[in-house]
Design a protein around this ligand. Structure first.
Ligand code: ADP
Ligand code: MG
Length: 698
């Protein structure tokens, strides 16, 4: 293989390839569609399809697929080959503009939350020309949106694109008010940092819990965990390094800007971060990254775990969503400017985010709510379920100065004036690192840290874009109607800083005292679990926000509510059933056979030395016999609860039973099984221990 620069993007039908393979006229018209959303005519679509097909076939592709993101959270594809029979009995390779633009997968088995009755099985996929087509496994993959025939979105890409449009529209209104006329569009960008675990595939195969649920449901704490912090940024082991190198190659060929890799805090935990990209492309690339991570792992005899909490007792995995807004002229709207006037514009965009995060804490929280992520948020792990913003000391001082109307003491730098308020200049890199905040300003972008490692980043960005679009809409309405722009602007900035001061917190987010203060003194929401968070989606203020900006229809919101809760219930009930199965079929028999051997040893010893007490054997047999009964009883309770759960038909009710009953019974069952593990001889234990799983990859 040549140098990275040579093969980067070699499997992508990108701008370079388009320029080389399309006529000038077709290229220009496609560019117009990509950059400005102009509709494509048939001739152009046909020409693009032929060029794409020829390029794909030359690169070994035999099939094409519309690649989309249904509400299952993973991507979907259905492959069709390019072959068309020709009269001489042979085949030719064909692909039309119609096939490029629209597909009709039989969609009846994808979750729709009641949007598409099963008799209306058809859904359709529509090409998203802003995300480049690529070749994967000899298949030309065409990124698409997925909708019902009634036009309701059945995927995550459609509302994401709508939310980007909504933000664009409102941000442009603000820029015009500031006299900016050359900007054609404002886009949000995202750089998602992705955490994951690697475990040995042979060990993984021996664990039903990992194979069926992606996490360990049992497992006693090993003598060593992450307490020495010797894994974080540590030397990468050869097998892992080989995996990372292979992964980078695959991602680079697909045009994914994989940039940073390092070991994470927990043993066997790692991180990969790409260079940021426009949000819908970053979302496609993150889905692709998760898929390729898993695929490449198997080539190395490894399994890549993307679950949020594969192991109890060590850190879980998240995803940091670094987010910013930028103009097509290359200006990051979250970068403090050089002049007071630019700073006023910056402060207004900053205000928009602060107001958005405070007003829509609930939407942000529920956008990352899954059964897996509940093990991180609100548990004793980063970040908490309470949303707050870290602004850093300097910006917070500025904020407070504006609120109280006192001049900002800027530590020796020039203080500049705009209108009635003091809007000083400040350094962009003055923010210190705070790793515990769920939503941190990091100089020129915000880092939303609550996402789970397996989440699609679409949902979080839909809500974030929507909420910020709403702040900007309110500001634009007021400013457009204002007689005195500067006074109104200053008043609005001051009002936002005053009204939303409560969401700013620069301290330690893991501290229990903070949760107390946040919920009791500041009135911030603490939505600990998915069933706590999801019902907020149906609140009027949230439905109003999402429908008024054209991001979701009411029925789409209802369907997403049901699908998300249903997924939560199914995930946990599969885990509970797996626990029952493992306890009954593997753990109890293993303990019994150990006890039997110990008992036989006891009898044998007694026959040789009748006077010996056999204290050790007796005590072990007694402890394990007690545990066997306790396990049987704990599992019995779980089975009864599951039987009751099965009779529930209402998804909200079911989710509450899972939260309040099933999960705590699972915890109880695990405690007794894990205790038994510490007493039973290792060769009797039916599956690999935490020690082997966490330290097994050399
Ligand atoms: P860390 O948070 O680990 O210190 P960085 O802050 O440098 O690392 O970057 C983390 C991620 O943020 C990367 O994916 C990077 O590309 C992305 N990023 C950097 N600048 C921006 C920006 N303006 N908008 C969105 N993402 C950005
Ligand atoms: Mg970061």
């Amino acid at each position: 293989m040549g140098s990275v620069a040579d093969y980067f993007g070699s499997l992508v039908f990108d701008d370079r390839v388009m320029k080389a393979t399309l006529s000038d006229e077709v290229y220009r018209s496609l560019k117009k569609t990509i950059d400005e959303g102009a509709t494509l005519n048939n001739d152009v679509a046909n020409a693009v399809a032929v060029a794409m097909k020829d390029w794909a076939v030359a690169h070994g592709a035999t099939h094409f697929t519309h690649w989309f993101q249904p509400l299952t959270g993973v991507t979907a594809e259905k492959h069709d080959s390019f072959i068309t029979p020709s009269p001489d009995g042979r085949v030719i390779m064909e692909f039309s503009g119609k096939e490029l633009i629209k597909g009709e997968p039989d969609a009846s088995s994808f979750p729709s939350g009641g949007l598409r009755a099963t008799f209306e099985a058809r859904g359709y996929t529509a090409w998203d020309p802003t995300s480049f087509a690529f070749i994967k496994d000899k298949t030309l993959c065409i990124p698409t949106a997925f909708c019902s025939f009634g036009g309701e979105a059945l995927d995550k890409k459609t509302p994401l694109l709508r939310s980007m449009q909504a933000l664009n529209k409102q941000a442009l209104r603000i820029l015009r008010l500031f006299g900016v006329t050359d900007v054609k569009c404002v886009r949000t960008s995202v750089g998602p940092e992705q955490e994951y675990f690697l475990v040995d595939e042979k060990l993984y195969q021996q664990r039903k819990d990992l194979a069926l649920t992606g996490r360990t449901l049992f497992g006693a704490k090993p003598p060593k965990g992450q307490e020495l912090s010797d894994h974080y940024f540590g030397v990468i082991k050869p097998r892992v390094a080989a995996y990372m190198a292979d992964l980078n190659d695959e991602l680079w060929k697909l045009g994914v800007l994989a940039k940073t890799q390092h070991n994470e805090v927990a043993p066997s935990q790692h991180e990969l971060a790409p260079i940021y990209a426009t949000t819908n492309i970053a979302t496609d690339h993150n889905q692709l990254t998760m898929e390729i991570m898993q695929k490449v792992a198997t080539r190395h005899g490894l399994v890549c775990l993307l679950h949020e909490k594969p192991f109890a007792g060590v850190n879980g995995s998240g995803k940091h969503n670094n987010w910013s807004m930028a103009t097509d002229t290359g200006v990051n709207l979250l970068t403090p400017g050089e002049t007071p006037y630019e700073n006023a514009q910056f402060l207004l965009f900053l205000c928009a985010v602060i107001k958005a995060v405070d007003d829509y804490q609930d939407l942000l929280r529920l956008s990352v709510a899954t059964a897996g992520n509940d093990h991180r948020l609100g548990a004793n792990e980063a970040p908490p379920a309470v949303i707050s913003i870290f602004l850093g000391d300097e910006l917070t001082e500025i904020m407070d100065a504006i609120v109280t109307g006192t001049p900002y003491q800027d530590h020796g730098k020039t203080v500049m004036r705009l209108g009635v308020n003091v809007l000083p200049s400040f350094n962009r890199d003055s923010t210190d690192r705070n790793r515990t905040s769920p939503f941190a300003f990091t100089g020129n972008k915000f880092e939303f840290r609550m996402l789970g490692s397996s989440n699609s980043i679409a949902c979080a960005n839909i809500m974030l874009n929507a909420a910020v679009a709403e702040s900007l809409r309110i500001y634009a309405d007021r400013l457009e109607a204002a007689d005195d722009f500067e006074t109104t602007l200053n008043d609005m900035i001051k009002k936002t800083f005053t009204d939303h001061r409560r969401i700013i917190f620069n301290g330690n987010g893991y501290d229990d005292a903070w949760i107390q203060e946040a919920t009791q003194k500041r009135g911030l929401l603490n939505l600990r679990t998915t069933p706590d968070a999801l019902p907020m989606l149906l609140q009027k203020k949230n439905i109003d926000l999402l429908t008024s900006h054209g991001i979701y229809s009411e029925s789409e919101i209802q369907s997403r509510y049901e699908i998300t809760l249903d997924n939560y219930c199914k995930t946990v009930s599969i885990e509970a059933l797996t626990m029952v199965d493992m306890a009954r079929k593997d753990i109890l028999p293993a303990i019994e056979s150990y006890v039997k051997d110990i008992a036989e040893t006891l009898v044998a010893k007694k026959s040789v030395l009748p006077e010996i007490s056999c204290q050790y054997e007796k005590s072990l047999i007694s402890k394990l016999s007690r545990l066997v009964d306790e396990i049987d009883s704990a599992i019995g309770k779980l089975e009864s609860a599951l039987a009751l759960y099965k009779t529930l038909t209402d998804v909200t009710e079911a989710s509450i039973m899972i939260r309040d009953k099933i999960l705590s019974l699972m915890t109880e069952a695990r405690i007794v099984c894990d205790e038994a593990e510490t007493l039973v001889g290792e060769k009797y234990w039916p599956f690999p221990t935490y020690e082997k799983l966490l330290f097994g990859v050399k």
